[in-house]
Structure formats: C-alpha cells, structure tokens
Design a protein around this ligand. Structure first.
Ligand SMILES: [Ca+2]
Ligand SMILES: [Ca+2]
Ligand SMILES: [Ca+2]
Ligand SMILES: [Ca+2]
Length: 423
C-alpha cells in the first residue's frame, strides 16, 4: 500500500513537472500546481488577526519587476480589463504563491486614477488563478507618478534634436526618465496594511546637481539642463505602512539601467546616484540636501524601520562599478539577508558565457539578462533596516520543471521577499 501510494504521488508529481515544462506560453501552464509549500509562503498570514496592539507582527515584504509595461498609454488597462491577459495571469500566480503582505511591482504603467492597479487587483489577484492558489486581497495600494516619459524640453541625449512628440524612442531619450509616454515603466505598491498617505514623501523632482559630490558626467548636460534635470529616473518614494500601530517605511525606487551610454556613462552614473540617494536618506548627517516634492528637507529618522524595495538595476559585485549598491548593503543601517534560489544556480550554469566571469555566487541572482556581455545579476532587493528582525528571505526562481517555473517566464526579473518580525 505504502509503495503504491508513493508511486502514485511520484507519478502525479512527474505529471505536474511535465505539464510545467511542455507549455510554451507563460500563464497557460501549471493549472494543477501543487499547493503552496510552507517554506515559501504563509508566513505572516495569520499575523495581525485578533492580536492586541502590542503583539509582534510577522509580515512578508517583496519586490517584483513584473515587466507589466505596454507600448502606449492606456494599453495596460485594456489588457488587464480582459481578465485573461497571460502575462498578468503569470504575475498574479507568482504573487498568489508567495503571498507578500506588502509588495512593490516595478514596471507597471502609471495612470493617475489607479485604474490599472485596481483592475489588476479585482480581475487577477482577487480570483484564484490556479488550483491550490488562494485569492489575494490587498485593501490598499499606492500608484506612484513617474519621471518616465515626462518631457524635459531639452536634448538630453545630445543627438541634435529635442523631441517633444510622445510615442517614439527619441522622445523617451529626451524625457526626464526614459519612457515613450508619461508613466511608462512606473511602479505601484500593494499592501494588506493601511498606507499613511499623508505622511508619504516623494523625491520625483529632486535635482541631480543638488546631491553633493554627485557623479554627473562632466560636459554632457548644459547649465540650463542641469537646472531642471531630476535625479530620479522614475521616482523615489518613502511610503509609511501602518503595521498594527507601528510604522514601516517602504522605500521604493527603480533607478535607470546603467546602459545605453556613450563614453560619458550618464546612465551608469545616474544609476549609482539614484541608489546613493537611499543611502544618504537613511544615514544621519548625510541627508541635509534632500528635499522632497512638498519642500520638506532631510532624511529618515534615525530609529525608523524601513525596507528598501526595488529593481535597483545594479549588482553590488558584478555591475556596480561605482560602489553605491555595495555601500548600501554594507551600511550598518541595513541588513543584507542575501536572498537566494536554486533556479538561479541552474540558469546561470545553463546560460554560461558572461555568467562565468561573475564573482558573486549565482544563487543570489534575481534577473535573467542577456549573456553575451551582462549575464544574470542580483539587481532586485527587499533590504530591511538593521533594527527589524529578519526571519528569512528568498527569491522566487524555481528550477526548470518545478511548480511555477513557467510563470517566471513572464518577466526577466524574479520576485524577492523578506520576512520580518516587528515588535
Ligand atoms: Ca543636451
Ligand atoms: Ca534628443
Ligand atoms: Ca541569461
Ligand atoms: Ca550572476
């Protein structure tokens, strides 16, 4: 009996693995995926219910570059309203599997009314998207305005023309952040806990030149351009979450890719300083120059709890040549839990090429990039402050054939989470 039952189980598992491997399109496989395993989910699920104000709370905070951007304004809403978009389905399945309590979704096109976010919530997250996956309820979300596709009025890429008509690559190149329409590649935060909207601070308009010792390239931006050029390629936002009476600051951003540069390396330099902005923000004595969009100056309170979330577009070891990312991880204010996955190890070996030159262990990779020159990198972070207890962390990157593997083809990035206990 025992043996037979084991064989049946094995056959069922093999069937699952086969189904996961054989389906070509993201979101169409894994309908019979196994229920969540305790090591990947459910932590914090019961926290917050029936607890008194002073009881510790466990919660999961995650960062996920979903690649849910579209080539034109309004297209993401159109796709989400179908309720069946395969890309959005795959993203929803990953979220329903990992079940973060607070999650940043990068590359999610912005609209001021939050129609895309609420549609994704109602039509995808609030419905079970595969057997064994429970619906996911987020009573709160916050859509973040972005510098992507905001016309600067200047020829920022110095190609001799100032392009003011949205829709073209050349328009994106002259915008404050690359985007062919306003809000492309923006981000949104979903939360099970209330968001203290009145206390949110954003740094969308902070000028790059106002950062002391900035790395702005010499001779690239004119005086007039420097007078308007914003540091944040999308936005940097400090969003306080009220975790049963205790504040947790979600510091969310998505610095520019350190690529598409000439010899001046303007994006490499901007990426570094966008990461450095958070380091300065959390470091007492380094934040005096920081002014938020409401005109309030200064950084985060020294005793504040925070989690830095985002696709920061730089690997502390294998791409962060200018050092801000490594400095942020090494800061006594942060606690680098070194999230890892087995899928990243498998994929790095399979991709080889540039990955063979990497010094950082492949298990920490979070993004699967082209392997001719870049390779797979650790660029996505859910980095908590050192004054919060971290219970665990990980990257949702299953090995080929494992449940959920096919969903992860929906984005070149993988979800990173950290589990926290807040006293
Ligand atoms: Ca120029
Ligand atoms: Ca131009
Ligand atoms: Ca790769
Ligand atoms: Ca790597």
């Amino acid at each position: 009996m025992m043996k037979r039952s084991l064989e049946t189980t094995l056959l069922a598992l093999l069937g699952l693995a086969f189904a996961a491997c054989s389906s070509p399109a993201p979101g169409e496989a894994d309908k019979d995926v196994a229920p969540v395993t305790p090591d990947v989910a459910q932590v914090g699920e019961d926290a917050g219910e029936d607890v008194v104000q002073a009881a510790p709370v466990e919660l999961r905070v995650a960062s996920f570059n979903t690649s849910l951007f579209r080539p034109a304004a309004g297209k993401l809403i159109e796709d989400l309203e179908t309720g069946t978009d395969p890309h959005a389905l795959a993203i929803a399945r990953i979220l329903q599997r990992v079940r973060p309590d607070v999650v940043l979704l990068n590359e999610f096109d912005y609209d001021a009314e939050g129609v895309a976010a609420s549609t994704f919530r109602e039509k995808f997250l609030a419905k079970s998207q595969a057997d064994g996956l429970a619906p996911l309820e987020y009573p709160h979300f916050y859509v973040v305005p972005s510098n992507t596709g905001v016309h600067s009025g200047f020829d920022l890429n110095n190609d001799g023309q100032t392009v003011s008509t949205p829709g073209m690559q050349s328009y994106g190149d002259d915008a404050f952040g690359f985007g062919v329409f306003e809000g492309q590649y923006a981000f949104v935060i979903f939360s099970k806990y209330p968001i203290e909207r009145a206390q949110a601070r954003s740094f969308q308009k902070l000028l790059w030149r106002d950062m002391p010792g900035n790395a702005m390239p010499e001779g690239w931006y004119s005086e007039q351009e420097q007078a308007v050029f914003r540091l944040s390629s999308k936005n940097h936002i400090d969003l306080p979450i009220n975790v049963d009476g205790r504040m947790l600051h979600i510091l969310a951003a998505h610095p520019t890719p350190p690529a598409f540069d000439g010899a001046e390396q303007r994006n490499v330099r901007r990426n570094n300083d966008e990461v450095r902005l958070w380091l300065d923000y959390i470091t007492p004595g380094q934040a005096d120059y920081i002014r938020d969009d409401a005109g309030v100056e200064g950084g985060l309170a020294a005793d504040a709890r925070f989690v830095i979330v985002g696709d920061l577009n730089t690997d502390p070891i294998d791409s962060g040549v200018m050092g801000a990312m490594a400095a942020l991880l090494a800061s006594p204010k942060t606690n680098d839990t070194l999230p890892e996955s087995e899928g990243a190890v498998e994929k790095s070996a399979l991709d080889a090429r540039a990955n063979l030159q990497h010094k950082s262990p492949a298990k920490h990779d979070t993004a699967d990039f082209s392997d001719a020159t870049v390779g797979n990198l650790r660029v996505d972070f859910a980095l908590p402050s050192a004054n919060v207890e971290a219970l665990g962390s990980g990257v949702f990157w299953p090995k080929s054939g494992e449940p959920g593997y096919n969903w992860t083809r929906a984005s070149d990035h993988h979800l990173v989470w950290v589990d926290l206990r807040i006293e």
